[in-house]
Design a protein around this ligand. Structure first.
Ligand code: MTE
Ligand code: MO
Length: 328
């Protein structure tokens, strides 16, 4: 009998991007067979990676001494940040967003703020860019797939925009939604698409009001490349990357915990809280370490993962008394 299956020597996260795994799992559910793991490239630089020439932004530079707002760790080069992306609306390969996100129209753009607010309304992109004080934040971003980057974002505190719409006393959560425009987002038209569009994310109100949580409009001093979530995305550095929802068109304040895309897909693997925690493993791989980009097969650049992604001092109080392994 030929040997049919072999056990991989390395964690499945190293060789099987989430999308491949989840597609395969759904496929297996459908036809009831087992498939061998597909090999995917470990290289972080995609072949086609046009970094869109963003417009320069006016902002206050980040400075050492701003607790949590700044790190002097080596920044991940812009070309890598713009080439190795998760933005499933454009496909599930890490290079797909760089190849296809230019098809998304980002101007005009507006964000609707609704729900538990005294002054619901819409902000268009010009109001957003001129109406808030932009500042630079140099943050670590840790993906649940165990790779990470250091990115100099340009943005403003999420609290600034929420306060402008006056949250009511019933506002306990914030729900975010990404643009869903099938004609411009080929990943949403794909028959292997696994997400119930639009992409959704959420935060508890106190998390949303934490000064570390920002809406980003740029990186490396310029407006965001489309593939990184232009024109406005969330950045929540103490949580796994999937919480940092891109290309936001709707912010809704609610009294109930909103459904989020990855939780809807696999609640046992991706929790609502999704705090970075090296001690709580993903059911299919360890979260103890991460590959810091740029990372190659020969130089994986593997480093230990830190509690709350290194932002323990700033956010641990939000979760005091909570069972972190239960509310993962
Ligand atoms: N709308 C939307 N937002 C998204 C995603 C996505 O597929 N769609 N992927 C998330 C994941 S898994 C990660 S790790 C980060 C990656 O951000 P980056 O590509 O700018 O590094 O975006 C998050 N935001
Ligand atoms: Mo991610």
């Amino acid at each position: 009998m030929p040997k049919r299956f072999s056990i991989p020597h390395i964690a499945s996260s190293e060789i099987t991007p989430e999308a491949v795994y989840l597609d395969r799992r759904q496929f297996m559910r459908g036809v009831g067979i087992a498939a061998a793991p597909a090999l995917a490239s470990l290289a972080t630089r995609a072949q086609a990676a046009p970094t869109t020439g963003g417009a320069a932004l006016d902002f206050a530079a980040a400075a050492p001494g701003q607790e949590g707002f700044y790190t002097d760790e080596t920044r991940t080069p812009l070309d890598d940040v713009a080439a190795y992306c998760n933005f499933y609306e454009f496909g599930t390969d890490k290079g797909d967003p760089a190849r296809h996100a230019h098809e998304m129209t980002v101007d005009p753009w507006s964000i609707e703020v609704s729900g538990e607010v005294n002054k619901p309304g819409k902000l268009n992109l010009e109001d957003i860019l001129s109406g808030f004080d932009l500042e630079e934040r140099i943050y670590r971003l840790r993906c649940v797939e165990a790779w990470s980057m250091v990115v100099p974002w340009v943005g403003f505190p999420l609290a600034d925009i929420l306060n402008r719409f006056e949250p009511t006393s019933k506002a306990r959560y914030v729900e975010f939604r990404t643009l869903y425009r099938r004609a411009e987002m080929r990943g949403t038209r794909s028959f292997t698409s696994i997400i119930d569009w639009p992409y959704r994310e959420g935060l508890r109100m106190d998390e949303a009001m934490n000064p570390l949580a920002i809406l980003s409009v740029g990186m490396y001093g310029k407006t965001l490349p489309n593939q990184n979530g232009a024109p406005v995305r969330l950045v929540v550095p103490w949580k796994y990357g999937f919480k940092s929802i891109k290309s936001i068109v709707s912010i809704r304040l609610t009294d109930k915990q909103p459904k989020t895309s990855w939780e809807m897909l696999a609640a046992n693997e991706y929790g609502f809280y999704a705090k970075v925690n090296p001690e709580v493993d993903h059911p299919r791989w360890s979260q103890a370490t991460e590959r810091r980009l740029p990372s190659t097969f020969f130089q994986p650049n593997r480093i230990p993962t830190r509690m709350f992604n290194g932002y323990e001092e700033q956010v641990a109080h939000l979760y005091s008394g909570m069972d972190l392994s239960r509310y993962y």
